[in-house]
Design a binder for this molecule. Structure first.
Ligand code: ZN
Ligand code: ZN
Length: 410
């Protein structure tokens, strides 16, 4: 057998879409000029991919777990742990993790702004005031994320993850009292409720909030945890597959999955998670990572942002970015590298949220079987030789193509 080749999966986040009237009933992928993607679709094999299962609306975290071969119905324990990992927190087995919003409450403890005026400055100092609090033998680790977002880890013995949210998810009402579904989770809930009130006390008179109030801005005077989850019982990527993997991705949630799987998570300063990202810098990082790792996963975030914004023209621009990224990787990676291009879920411009529509998938490499597909897009892909697969099948297909799959049987 020849030497095994390398594998790259390039994911356009939220790539799939619906036909749009302003694009003459084409999808952004079908309408945008994508010379590289179209050539690879012509030369390679194509199909549709359901990231989790047909009709399942995937989140970015569950979809990436599936695409990495970890069935999320077995391994997913909530968004909190992955968010915490993604912003560089040290998540350990037994930890209970939460996503948190800095929010504003009035004197009667009613939430007047769930995002504290989408606060951007000073959140690191506010978070530092809450980080390291201790209560009832447990420690609270707290780190600010992007804008009003933060993550909380509660670490201590005998904690459970089945805890309701303190975040009421609407304004004009008080924070919810967290409840636990079992004894261990009731212990966690009591700690959450203590933390919310302690955070309110400590943030109310914080100098950052005094300054905000003087400027007429809503103070970030409370922290509202939601989305409790325990650290997942995942093997490392290397333990699962016997080879190493790297990630070139923009968003914390996906980085967190890579870190937890002990993959090499590359830092690309030119990647900003929006249309200002330098896609060629990301492509160069993919090519560089391939010199050390046989597997690289790359995620370009901007198609998802455009979909959530309901902005067809931004989605077209995002698709063109993806095309240039893929073109550079194909040109500069070794010829025996197998390249898969797909999405983690659809975020149609008209839906402004994730939908369960399948994604186009192309696989390009030296020994793929060309099919009748000559362009990259949702409808062309439906005629391809890969037909319709699930996300958990993708790495198996690539391992088979690169001669890395174990033989099943004699
Ligand atoms: Zn996504
Ligand atoms: Zn999204």
């Amino acid at each position: 057998m020849p030497e095994p080749g390398s594998m790259v999966i390039i994911i356009g986040d939220g790539l799939g879409d619906w036909p749009l009237p302003e694009l003459a009933d084409q999808t952004p992928l079908e309408a945008a000029p994508t010379p590289h993607l179209d050539r690879l679709a012509l030369e390679g094999e194509n199909g549709l991919m359901d990231p989790i299962a047909p009709g399942v609306r995937a989140g970015s975290d569950t979809a990436h777990l599936a695409i990495l071969g970890f069935d999320p119905s077995c391994y997913y324990t909530g968004r909190g742990p992955f968010e915490a990992l993604g912003i560089g927190m040290d998540v350990r087995r037994g930890d209970i993790c939460f996503r948190v919003n800095f929010a504003t409450v009035d004197a009667d403890l009613r939430v007047t702004d769930r995002r504290a005026g989408r606060i951007t400055d000073g959140t690191a100092q506010l978070a530092a005031a809450l980080n390291g609090l201790e209560h009832d033998g447990c420690t609270f680790l707290f780190t600010a994320s992007v804008a009003h977002r933060a993550a909380l880890i509660i670490r201590g013995p005998g904690l459970g993850p089945r805890v309701s949210d303190a975040d009421p998810h609407v304004e004009g009402v008080s924070p919810q009292i967290a409840h636990g579904e079992d004894d261990a989770s009731r212990k966690t809930a009591a700690l959450v409720n203590w933390f919310v009130m302690r955070a309110h006390e400590m943030l109310t008179d914080h100098p950052i909030n005094r300054t905000r109030e003087a400027q007429g801005l809503p103070p970030a005077n409370i922290a509202l945890p939601r989305g409790a989850g325990s650290a997942p019982e995942l093997p490392t990527f290397h333990a699962r597959y016997g080879f190493t993997g790297a990630m070139v991705v923009e968003v914390g949630l996906v980085k967190g999955i890579g870190k937890y799987l002990e993959m090499a998570v590359m830092d690309v300063p030119e990647a900003h998670g929006d249309l200002t990202t330098d896609e060629i810098a990301m492509a160069k990082a993919v090519v560089a990572a391939l010199t050390h790792h046989p597997f690289v996963l790359c995620n370009l975030k901007c198609p998802d942002v455009a979909g959530h914004d309901g902005d067809a023209w931004a989605k077209l621009a995002a698709v063109e970015k993806l095309d240039r990224l893929v073109g550079y990787v194909r040109e500069h990676a070794a010829p025996d590298t197998y390249l898969a291009v797909t999405g983690d879920h659809s975020t149609p411009v008209l839906a402004r949220d994730h939908t369960g529509d399948p994604l186009p998938l192309l696989i390009h490499g030296p020994h793929t079987r060309p099919d009748q597909v000559a362009a990259y897009g949702e409808r062309p892909a439906a005629r391809g030789g890969l037909h319709r697969i699930r996300g958990t099948d993708l790495l198996n297909l690539l391992m088979s193509l690169t001669l890395r799959a174990e033989k099943f049987g004699a």
